[in-house]
Design a protein around this ligand. Sequence first.
Ligand code: ATP
Ligand code: MG
Length: 557
Amino acid sequence: MIEEEKSLNFIEEIIEEDLRNGKHDGRVLTRFPPEPNGYLHIGHAKSICLNFSLAQKYNGQTNLRFDDTNPVTEEVEYVDSIKKDIQWLGFQWAQELYTSDYFETLYDFAVQLIQKGLAYVDDSNSEEIASSKGTPTEPGIPSIYRNRSVEENLQLFSEMKAGKYKDGEKVLRAKIDLASPNMHMRDPLLYRIKHAHHHRTGDAWCIYPMYDFAHGQSDSIEKITHSVCTLEFIPHRPLYDWLIEKLEIFPSKQYEFARLNLTYTVMSKRKLLQLVNEKVVESWDDPRMPTISGLRRRGYTPASIRNFCERIGIQKRENMIDVSLLEFCIREDLNKTAWRRMAVLDPIKLIIDNLPEDHHEVFLGENNPEAEDGEGSREIPFSRELWIERDDFMEEPPKKFFRLGPGLSVRLKHGYIVTCTGYQTDENGHVTEVHCDYVANSKSGEDTSGMKVKGTIHWVSAPHAKEAEVRLYDRLFQDENPAAAEDFKSSINPDSLHIIPTAYIEPDLSNATLGKGFQFIRLGYFTLDEKYSKAERLVFNRTVTLRDSWAKVAKKG
Ligand code: ATP
Ligand code: MG
């Protein structure tokens, strides 16, 4: 895509306006501020791509800031996974920072607000505070503690810090406007007491800043120029600006875009954690999860996720993106890069009776027909006995079945045309093997047989085949918008994972490496499972089918 032809998104327009006006000396510094209370998901990828690409485009930088103000839900495991996922997506932050590193500064800011008469310690409990907040049309009722003196507030706040009070006994509130139409401006909480161990600061603190007090101040401490967040923070913006103005600190500005919602997907970390805890999925990186780590295990590439984020763009209104667009992006990428291989998932024997028992031949198959040089080729052994897919044979094929059935001919991919001469069944009538004759001079690429066949099927030479486990996935939810239901788990798809314990794969696939995508011809795109695949037992995940099977089902209605 040519850069000049692309129209600017609204945040780029704002940045370009700022640059024209010489704001911040032309400096652009964005940040990505995850709370380390879960693994990153595809929604976070949208924010990551946006923040890092904005900085890249305008020669700026992006900080990674862990928003670790809640000691109870945060863990080092999450910090590590977040860093790994951002790097895997292809981005590098300028600085790795932690809101908890600012606890001392934030405390000082709070003291300054108290000194300016702009914050007070309130002894009311959370119910009392909530019930005296009023409604959007009725002003709130001032707490009896609202007019404490500066000295008393300073004293109480330092006692809160020193651990003199129990959880919930006191809070620090900003003194703004109890009649404001914006509920966030009705004396919002700045600090709460929480006697809890923090993953970085240990037991140094028993008071923790609220999101609104920590977030904008952290932006300002880092001199972030454009602080991009999702739409639900629009009503927080006046408070963001008020705190920065009253503290007279660096004027970071907040801009909001619509969060990513995907059909058939839940996105909130809280819900994803529930799926893990209740063992609906195996782990955060289960290949059915919309997490970055799940998508990676499933076989998504960083480029496909970046392209997806680029394609959806950014909007100022909530919307719902069809998950098939994400699947389209990975298909598009793997079609260009995946190496073609043959594997048989539901095998039935095909015996070529007019070949000698010890017939052995090797075909060459291009690795990647989409690449100009084919990226080399691999050897495909061929013999008298092959595995083919059970559904490539029918005892009584309908018209237009261009595969195998009595008397029907088909081409073996990279090999010969074969004509079905018969089949055998067991005592239950199940087909156990299919027999055929091959057509001499019909070898792919040097076919002089003059025979025309409509179908080509994949196969694996039985004596040369390797075994592998193959895992097929379907959507985790059957509802288009599972989060809208009263219980989001009510539409969980009971058949989202199908394990094939023994599939037959062509021998070259034993050389497969982690992270490499393969197209199993006619079956989809596959990759080794980074968790379970072992040299002695390969496990492949299907990343995506070759075509959008859901769209077809929907059309058929
Ligand atoms: P969740 O609701 O999934 O728990 P969160 O917003 O609480 O997400 P944070 O760790 O606070 O998660 O988010 C870090 C950044 O990622 C924030 O700037 C947030 O706005 C952004 N983000 C989170 N979810 C999405 C989403 N679905 N689409 C776009 N950006 C998102
Ligand atoms: Mg959050």
